[in-house]
Design a protein around this ligand. Structure first.
Ligand SMILES: N[C@@H](CCC(=O)N[C@@H](CS)C(=O)NCC(=O)O)C(=O)O
Length: 450
């Protein structure tokens, strides 16, 4: 056999072919092509490959370009078994899909960023382009949540294409391991291959240095995108989860949302591992875990330096804390005991004692809110967000009477008009409302109106 590969090791697709060649253990003459010196635009090279791309393979008189096609061809022709590119029609179709995903999505989106940097002198990464690449990587993360390798439990050429693209993407927009944990696990598995260093790492280092030499200015927008999003284990039927969602909405914090089933489903193993108490919300930020909505909202606000929502000054902060504890120790237990009795214990009646506990809370709040827009004064704080999450839940059981609790009613209306309210509290509240109605087997507002 007389095989030649025209390549440059800085190129991710070339490195995918190098990985394939190494995995197959075949003898291929490597012919370097210097793209900066425009060696791919010479007459000879254009005769060989009018697309003027590397990698380009020559197998005797047969010439082929595009790394994905090259790698599939090499396995089909030279491999001793079909594991890297299965013959089974369905398995092969999956590999093919992943190869096209690399080609059309990840590589295309990476090139849309690197092209202007390497050839056009761009000094920044446009936010929409960074967003598109990260969205593509999120799709890969999803695939790897249930697969050891890109196509299942076996290594295939799809992994070679994807890992060269992902590792190169990381050189341009460093990826956070807690945002893409599955990608990092998978990447570690590929790094352990005996030929990885020679076939990918060396070229990747050259690519990384090339990108560094372009002195890209990191913009806040793209930095924020690269930052790991903290992961919120939540269920939006839980008022406390909604308090965190509202706070994130108020400060513009982006969270990676991980829904956890409530009410009678098996515990979520991932959540159990980080929070033995298995409560939602729980926030995982890097290697830092924090649970209890009141603690989480304080943490999020601190991380985003949104002082107004959780003032740093001693007295206003103490007042906010007072209401956070009021929510935690008074409001929430009163509301939650009713919701649990209906949803978990399947009670069809609610004792008047429990209803009175709710209306007593309304009375307290109505007093606190006299002459105030918000709980501690003129400005919205996390105290309002936590309390309104619980109070809105209480209204499922006992609507707030405008005549009896005018100040509370006005505050509730003000909170409902917050721009992020509907998405972050209203949606989950409606779900819980529907569940309560279903469990009771009848519209309940009539029963429990005062
Ligand atoms: N889909 C092709 C992409 C190949 C490609 O665009 N290679 C780049 C280097 S990363 C190249 O040859 N650029 C030079 C040119 O297009 O003129 C593959 O997987 O091989």
């Amino acid at each position: 056999m007389s095989l030649k590969l025209y390549y440059t090791s800085v190129s991710p697709p070339c490195r995918a072919s190098l990985l394939t060649i190494n995995a197959l253990g075949i003898d291929v003459e490597l012919v370097p092509i210097n793209l900066s010196a425009q060696e791919h635009l010479t007459t000879e090279f254009l005769q060989l490959n009018p697309f003027h791309t590397v990698p380009t393979l020559q197998d005797g008189s047969f010439t082929l370009c595009d790394s994905h096609a090259i790698n599939a061809y090499l396995v089909e022709k030279y491999a001793t078994d079909d594991s890297l590119y299965p013959k089974d029609l369905q398995q092969k179709a999956i590999v093919s899909q992943r190869l096209h995903f690399d080609s059309n999505v990840l590589s295309a989106r990476l090139s849309a960023i690197t092209g202007p940097i390497l050839r056009g002198g761009a000094k920044t990464v446009a936010k929409d382009k960074a967003d598109a690449l990260l969205q593509g990587l999120t799709l890969l993360e999803t695939i790897l949540e249930t697969n050891k390798y890109a196509c299942g439990d076996k290594l295939t050429i799809a992994d070679f294409s994807l890992v060269t693209t992902v590792s190169s993407a990381n050189a341009v927009l460093p990826l956070a391991s807690n945002r893409f944990p599955k990608i990092f696990d998978w990447w570690n598995r590929l790094e352990a291959l005996p030929f990885y260093k020679e076939a990918n790492q060396e070229g990747l280092d050259a690519f990384t240095n090339l990108i560094k030499s372009k002195n890209i200015v990191r913009q806040n927008s793209t930095t924020a995108l690269r930052q790991a999003m903290a992961k919120l284990y939540y269920n939006d039927m839980s008022p406390q989860s909604r308090a965190v969602l509202m706070t994130a909405g108020a400060i513009g914090a982006r969270l990676h949302l991980q829904e956890v089933h409530l009410y009678g489903k098996d515990p979520d193993p991932q959540l159990l591992q980080i929070n033995p108490h298995h409560t939602v919300p729980t926030l995982l930020d890097g290697d830092f875990t924090i649970w209890d909505s009141h603690a989480i909202v304080g943490y999020l606000v601190g991380q985003h330096s949104s002082d107004e929502l959780y003032p740093k000054e001693t007295k206003p902060r103490a007042l906010v804390d007072q209401f956070l504890h009021f929510d935690s120790g008074v409001l929430f237990p009163r509301v939650n005991s009713i919701i649990d009795s209906i949803v978990v214990e399947n009670d069809k009646e609610i004792s008047t004692k429990r209803i009175s506990a709710i209306t007593e809370s309304y009375k307290f709040l109505d007093k606190f809110l006299q002459n105030k827009n918000y709980l501690i004064g003129p400005n919205l704080t996390v105290a309002d967000l936590c309390c309104v999450a619980t109070i809105s839940t209480a209204t499922i059981i006992t609507p707030i009477s405008t005549e009896k609790y005018p100040h509370l009613s006005t505050w509730y209306r003000t909170c409902k008009n917050l721009p992020f309210y509907e998405e972050t509290n209203g949606v989950g509240l409606n779900k819980l409302d529907a569940l309560v109605e279903l469990k009771l087997g009848r519209p309940r507002t009539k029963d429990f109106c005062e």
